[in-house]
Design a protein around this ligand. Structure first.
Ligand SMILES: Cc1ncc(COP(=O)(O)O)c(C=O)c1O
Length: 427
């Protein structure tokens, strides 16, 4: 069996790596603007509801621009789920506002509406609504709680292509952020968008983004190289003797040379903004996006099929709102000892996921800077101790799902040992 890496280029197929390779050979095309507009148009067409899209380097930059465009700053509060990634908390600090963390439910990993009620104040100006693992949250219920004046920004990092009541996630709030990061629903290795139906807002966002800065040539080079490298490494990952295999050596050297790039820069752990953000998405990466979006529905159908299989094999059936589509970017499951399962899987050549093994996926020393107070979101803290994520990507076979499920089944978290207030809502 080929190795399975949940986070290393999981969406890359041969046509994607061929395209990236051909782009590597044409550096004079890297800053073309037409593919960027075309990619924005494709996303607008895909989401429908007459949204407008603005392409950028990442979802975190899209969020930063949205907060700025809404005039959010000092003294304002922005609500975020704590079961998320620090890169979405940082932009709140970058504009000088205060993040307020809301707990999540144990049964669907989405915002706990009771906790939300208790945390909305007169200073609340915006809320980031994350459809965790692709599981839709009913945005109308959030609206009822926060009222008409708080900006609802959907985070579709896990859920692009999912729907609620016939509408695509990302079109239900005031605006949304999309990411095309390496391990997300579709990938340009590094990239994102802000989308909104509000025409004035999109104009403002365009002005704020401006034509500069752009990705440096080095960053484009590294991003294009990534899918090419992984398509070469994966088939020969275990070719060799013992630990000395071709794939491992090439991967090790690539890490050492820092040519895999890193999704979170060192300064971001200290809540600082990398100088080069927010940057316009370059044409070379938009071309990867154009190739990926053609396959988005097919990828999601595959994810749903594998999730159904995990669900049956592990007897974990997530309740999702009626009339909605849950795309399962990853299949979440609780185990007693995540480290043990992750290590055992690694020995089988399978790298499972660990979202979000810490609050805000942040080292303990970053939590103060992120203004998170320990003990304030107990369910999220509990989930962080037990969660692992199972892969559903296009390169994962049903045979692999059988193997993974067998391993996980031996290590599943016993429901009786749940300590939180609300019982898990598995059916
Ligand atoms: C839930 C969630 N939202 C947003 C992001 C940010 O995406 P990007 O890397 O494009 O900034 C992440 C990043 O991992 C994430 O996990």
């Amino acid at each position: 069996m080929k190795p399975i890496f949940i986070a290393a280029s999981p969406n890359t197929q041969q046509d994607d790596s061929n395209l990236a390779f051909s782009q590597l050979l044409k550096p004079w095309e890297w800053y073309d603007t037409e593919p960027v507009e075309e990619f924005e148009n494709e996303v607008e067409r895909y989401l429908g509801e007459e949204v407008n899209a603005l392409a950028i380097d990442s979802a975190r930059s899209a969020f930063y621009l949205l907060l700025k465009a809404y005039g959010i700053g000092k003294g304002d509060e922005v609500i975020l789920p704590s079961f998320s990634c620090l890169v979405v908390a940082n932009p709140v600090l970058w504009v000088g506002a205060n993040p307020v963390y809301v707990d999540v439910n144990k049964h669907d990993f989405n915002l706990d509406l009771n906790d939300l009620k208790s945390k909305v104040t007169n200073n609340t100006k915006a809320i980031l609504v994350q459809h965790t693992f692709g599981m839709p949250i009913d945005v109308s219920k959030v609206r009822e709680i926060v009222g008409p004046n708080v900006k609802i920004i959907e985070d579709t990092a896990h859920s692009l292509g999912g729907t609620l009541a016939g509408k695509k996630l990302g079109t239900l709030g005031d605006a949304a952020i999309l990411t095309f990061g390496i391990e997300k629903v579709i990938s340009t290795v590094r990239g994102g968008m802000a989308v909104t139906k509000d025409k004035e807002l999109i104009t403002k966002l365009r002005e704020l983004r401006g034509p500069e800065p752009v990705f440096s040539r080095y960053r484009i080079f590294v991003s294009l190289l990534n899918p090419v490298l992984w398509s070469l490494i994966t088939p020969v990952y275990y070719l060799g003797i013992g630990k000395f295999t071709v794939g491992r050596i090439v991967a090790g050297v690539s890490h050492w040379l820092k040519i895999f790039g890193n999704m979170i820069e060192e300064c971001e752990y200290k809540t600082s903004k990398p100088d080069w953000l927010p940057a316009k998405l370059p044409g070379a990466l938009a071309r990867l996006g154009l190739n990926q979006i053609k396959k988005l529905d097919q990828y999601n159908e595959h994810r749903i099929k594998l999730a159904r299989k995990y669900s049956d094999l592990l007897n974990r059936h997530y309740e999702i709102p009626d009339n909605s589509k849950h795309i399962y970017l990853r299949f979440p499951i609780l185990v007693d000892d995540p480290k043990r399962v992750l290590n055992k899987a690694k020995q089988m050549g399978i790298v499972l996921g660990d979202w979000y093994k810490n609050i805000l996926y942040a080292p303990a020393e970053s939590l103060d800077l992120l203004q998170y107070i320990e003990g304030t979101t107990k369910n999220a803290e509990y989930l962080a101790k037990h969660i692992i994520n199972l892969p559903t990507g296009v390169n994962v076979t049903e045979e692999a799902v059988d193997k993974i499920a067998t391993l996980v089944k031996e290590n599943m978290h016993s429901e009786k040992s749940y300590e939180g207030n609300d019982e898990p809502n598995w059916s």
